[in-house]
Each structure stands twice: as structure tokens, then as C-alpha cells.
Design a protein around this ligand. Sequence first.
Ligand SMILES: [Zn+2]
Length: 375
Amino acid sequence: MALAALRVYEVRVRILSPTIITRRRTENGFLGPLDYIPAQTLRGAVVSSLFMEGLMDRNRMRAEEEVPTVFSSPAYPVIGGARTYPAHPFAMECKVCAEKGEATLVGELDPTKLEDSLAEQRDLELVPVECGSGHRALKPLHPNKFLVLEGGKFSAPKERRGGARAEGGGRASAEKSHSVSVAISRGRAAGIKGMLYHYEFLMPGKEFWATLVLPAELSIPGNGLQLMIGRGVSRGFGRARMHVVGEVTSSFSGTVKVLYALSPTLGASDGNSTYPSTIELRDVARRFGLEAERTVRVSRAYGRTVWVSAGWSMVRGEPRPRVLCRAQGSLLVLEEQVEGEASKALSLLRYTGTVTELNGRKVFGFNHLVPLGCM
Ligand SMILES: [Zn+2]
């Protein structure tokens, strides 16, 4: 079955009210904030909003759980006007240089050189031990710090460049805030003992970039789409607005050896692997009207292993399971170089990710993969 032609848009998401996005829920409330919007969270918010705005009917919304036509990438911060990407495992920061206010980024930051070294299994050479000034005080940036791509190379966002203290103070703390609130008993209108909740949230004004895939008959209104993101939306948290900045029309043609994971990676449904050992291209190719029956094999993966919540089922009203993944920013090395129609299909995974079945449920938001050489 060939699906309707899909279109890819680049979007910006602006946070309008404090937004709580967390990795996990603990006894004391929500802790461990994320400073990006996971793909499954953003996708769910877009589908809900299209339904609320009357752009998608209820049946169609239900069908999205089984036969998806709407896809979103994760949304990462726009810093100093530039799109940022999660740091890869070989990018470090020198703590000594940072304190002096000098350039801090260490590691192979040229995606092409990174790709060549990994393809030739010279990965040990990629692990930096000291900065250019000989300091052995390196701190890994993967996966929670963000880099920009400038002139085809990774670099630090301008706001952090030479700005040691940007990390703990200054702008960083202006964007993230922390509050403690007490649960209120309806009967007594007083705080309930032992019900102290810690929230960490993103402050209004923060902007993110993402890509959104929509079938041709759906579009985001010209004045944008109001979204409800994260926890506590019934209490006014998580209001955001999405705007389209343009349609993505360029298509990739080239060879692929190494893939950069724009989202966390996830193995097959047996759940035994944190990354896919094989990637079937048929589904993603068909979604975009291409023919590619090929299965590509992944031989190695570099990146941190993390637990990720597979999101929330809108239709079933229940959480999807937590799964063991490789973090966003990880790198996957292919067994063989991929080219032609297959590489074109492979490059489209950055927009849709793969749809994986877990315990009989479909999960979204994993394996958004980008050929490293063409980021
Ligand atoms: Zn240094």
C-alpha cells in the first residue's frame, strides 16, 4: 500500500508558558528535566492539536496510532539564532580553558573526518585526552549539551563560546527555572503533609527547531498551531506555538557510512539491543514514494546507554513503556557503504524515525538517523 505523498516542513516551537518536560517521575514529583522536546512528545502534541483545531477528525486521530502519517523529529534549542544538535560522544570541553574564558571545544568536530575515522575503525584516535593547550581536564558533552553546525563543522553555540560561566549561571539559569509547590487539599484548602512536588521547567520565550512530516492534505495554519506540551497542561503549563519556517525540498544523494542519531536509538522489538542491528528501508521509502527493499546492517554504535520513556498513548490514555536506548547524538557505523536509492531512503529516517512495536504497541520517536556526512 503506497501512502499519500508526505511533505516535510521545518518548524520553530516557541514556549509560551512554563513547560515541564521530564525524563521520569519520582516520589517527590517530576525531576530530571530535559532541555529539548522528545520527538514522541512533540508528535503527540501536534496530532492532539490538529484534532482540537478540527483539522483532523477523531477516527483519523485514532488511526495515527496504528498507521502514522504525521511524524516529528525531536525539537532542539535554537541558540543565538542557530539550530543546535546534541553533542556526539567524541566532543569534549576543556574545563581549564573554560575558566580562563578561552575556546573550550575539543575533539574531532568535522563530520566528514569523524565519518572517515569511524568507517576505518580508527575510533581510538577520536577519543581526546587533552585540549590544544595540554590540559587534561576534559568533560564529555554527549548527550546533553548542544552544538551548532557552522561551515560544515560542529562548534559551540556563540553564547557559550569562551563563556565559561554560561554553563551554571547567566543565560542558562535564565532559561531554566526551578520551583517547589505544595499539593493543596481540596477539603482543607491547606498544604498536604508529605506532598511536596519539585518541578523543573523551561521558561517562556525559549525557542526550538524541529522537522514535521504531514500528508499533503494537512497543513499548519499560516498563523501557527497552538500546542500543549509536557506535564500539567490543564493547569496552564506547556503552552507553545509552532510556526512553519519552510518546506524541506532538497533530497539527499550520496554515500552513507556513518549515521548520526538525532533521536535516541532503539533495537528490534525483542528489546535486546539499544540500537537497531538492521534497518529495513521499505517502510520509510514507501512513505515518500520511493522503492527500496534493502536492509542495511549496523556494525557498531558509539554513544551512551540511557533509559527513555517511550511516551504516552493519546488514545489509550496510558504511558508507553520505558526502554533502554542509545542517547541522541550517538553514532552508528554501517557494515557496508550505502548509496543510490537506498541512501536516499536512509536519509529520510531523520524526519520519520522508525515505528517500532513494543509489547504489541507502536512506539514513535526513535531512530531518527542522519547520514553524518550530509548534516
Ligand atoms: Zn584547555
